[in-house]
Design a protein around this ligand. Structure first.
Ligand code: SAH
Ligand code: SF4
Ligand code: F3S
Length: 487
């Protein structure tokens, strides 16, 4: 529990009506929820438990930390299993299989709810912003208690209070995020690193992508709020931050006093205690020379850039509404590599976009060979209802797309392993992140370029940066040796 939030929550008088202003209103409902949790625990003769599962990207993971912060403040005990009194799914809808996972797991929850009448099931996140999904849940998954979306997640305590008071399904969904509510608790997954939202939403409308429809229009946070949050994180022991936005390169354009992303980075660089700065995602169309300059001069910005390509064919890129072409992308890669020869470049690629021919696909393979990505996330195109691409003719047959996907994956993996092998023998700083899952005598950490290193160590080393010799490269990770003699 955080002392400052605790004070603000306890200061609320719940015998009166809820205050209208945020964040006070939420502190009021957190206090109400605290009372409910206490009462329910007494009735049950055991602590009230909750489980929270995140599907989707870092943005969703950060949202889940905010939900977890509220759950912690109200006194719910987190469990690893779904055998809990409150089960929350923070969903993703970027590809069809993300949705299928949620429907699959809901079946299991229904069986559990029959055994535990106290159980409440809450669904939130991107999938819930789609009216067709909510319709389906109302019809076929009537045991769900609470549905909310991406824009009103800050109201979680208020919604939970309503769900505990009611026996029918509560649905609260907003089309747009009108406001950014600051000053709410969050419970970080790691003590030493944290995601930080710098903007919400997306205005790009890539023709295949559902994100702008479920996350709303682009809104940047005020630089002062971002700097304050990072300052508090640093004071709390955080050494690495990941700045989050769907298109960080267009940060600040909508602020009352506009500020570029590069200028924001320069301010963040000044914050004492922060040792590593990462960010994602960068859109190639908005990546400026100013940003390349700031990255090159910086001592804290990691030598890693995630720069989604999506396709190497200029014709397909145009149909995707990406607003750059193959030549522009390759030229950008050249400029980046010239400025920072050590830069690790990673990407996202979609295979089988409507109308993609073998020639288009060969253009993608060509960029992969020329850009030599350190790693790439490859996706089979997934049709998202409501996006322009879903209505395009010439959808590529599944088996054709799958065959191209396999070829692409082989090429990507071959290049990635050649690139990681090149660092073998070097001694580089590694942030120790956790005890290795297979071997308790090892720690798992990350290089500045985001590659994984396993090396001998103990739990007290977690959260600090160590010089490690990359003794052996095993494809996509390294086995490291400590420079202080222990190995
Ligand atoms: N804002 C980021 C991407 C967010 S979604 C950007 O512009 O790069 C993460 C990745 O999912 C995308 O980069 C894309 O490669 C993939 N993706 C998005 N929609 C998809 C779809 N309909 N089918 C397959 N992959 C998709
Ligand atoms: Fe989707 Fe494009 Fe926005 Fe990324 S930039 S979230 S791919 S619409
Ligand atoms: Fe998925 Fe939403 Fe992220 S759709 S990828 S969780 S923004």
């Amino acid at each position: 529990m955080n002392e400052e939030y605790n004070r603000m929550i306890e200061a609320q008088d719940i015998s009166k009506d809820a205050p209208a202003e945020e964040p006070d209103r939420q502190y009021y409902f957190m206090k109400k929820c605290r009372e409910s949790v206490k009462k329910k625990s007494e009735e049950l003769g055991r602590p009230l438990t909750c489980s929270l599962t995140t599907f989707g990207c870092q943005m969703n993971a950060r949202d889940s930390e905010k939900l977890a912060g509220i759950l912690e403040e109200i006194g719910c005990v987190r469990t690893d299993t779904e055998d809990a009194d409150l089960v929350i799914y923070n969903t993703c809808t970027v590809r069809e299989n993300a949705n299928n996972k949620v429907y699959g797991r809901l079946g299991g929850l229904q069986r559990q709810k029959k055994k535990n009448p106290h159980m409440r099931i809450a669904l939130c996140g991107c999938m819930m912003q789609e009216p067709s999904v909510v319709e389906k849940i109302r019809e076929s998954y009537r045991f769900v208690d609470l549905i909310f979306g991406t824009h009103n997640i800050y109201k979680f305590a208020e919604l939970l209070d309503a769900a505990w008071e009611s026996d029918s399904m509560i649905i609260d969904l907003w089309k747009e995020g009108s406001r950014i509510v600051e000053e709410l608790p969050s419970d970080r997954k790691y003590s030493f690193k944290s995601g930080v939202n710098i903007m919400y939403g997306c205005n790009n409308f890539c023709s295949y992508c559902i994100v702008p429809y479920v996350r709303g229009r682009e809104r940047s946070r005020e630089p002062g709020d971002i700097i304050r949050e990072i300052g508090c994180l640093a004071a709390d022991g955080v050494v690495e931050i990941m700045l989050l936005g769907q298109n960080v390169n267009s940060y600040g354009k909508t602020l009352k006093t506009p500020l570029s992303f590069a200028a924001l980075l320069e301010k963040i660089e000044q914050i004492e205690g922060i040792e590593r700065i990462r960010f994602m995602t960068s859109h190639p169309k908005d990546l400026s020379d100013e940003l390349i300059g700031v990255m090159r001069r910086s001592e804290k910005i990691c030598r890693h850039l995630h720069l989604p390509l999506q396709s190497g064919s200029s014709r397909i890129l145009e149909k995707m509404n990406r607003r750059y072409d193959k030549a522009h992308y390759l030229e950008l890669v050249d400029r980046l590599r010239e400025a920072m020869p050590e830069l690790a470049l990673t990407t996202d690629i979609i295979v089988g976009f409507p109308g993609e021919t073998e020639e288009d696909f060969m253009e993608t393979m060509d960029v992969v060979r020329k850009a030599r990505f350190d790693s790439a996330f490859t996706f089979l195109y997934s049709k998202r209802t409501g996006t322009p691409a879903a209505a395009m003719e010439e959808q590529v047959p599944q088996e054709v797309a799958k065959e191209r996907f396999d070829r692409l994956l082989r090429e990507v993996q071959k290049i990635a392993s050649e690139k990681s092998a090149a660092l073998t023998g070097r001694t580089l700083p590694v942030l120790a992140e956790q005890i290795n899952e297979q071997d308790q005598t090892l720690l798992t950490g990350r290089l500045d370029n985001n590659s994984v290193v396993h090396f001998p160590g103990t739990a007290d080393m977690i959260g600090k940066i160590w010089d490690i010799e990359l003794a052996e490269c095993r494809g996509f990770y390294y086995l490291g040796r400590r420079k202080d003699g222990l190995s």
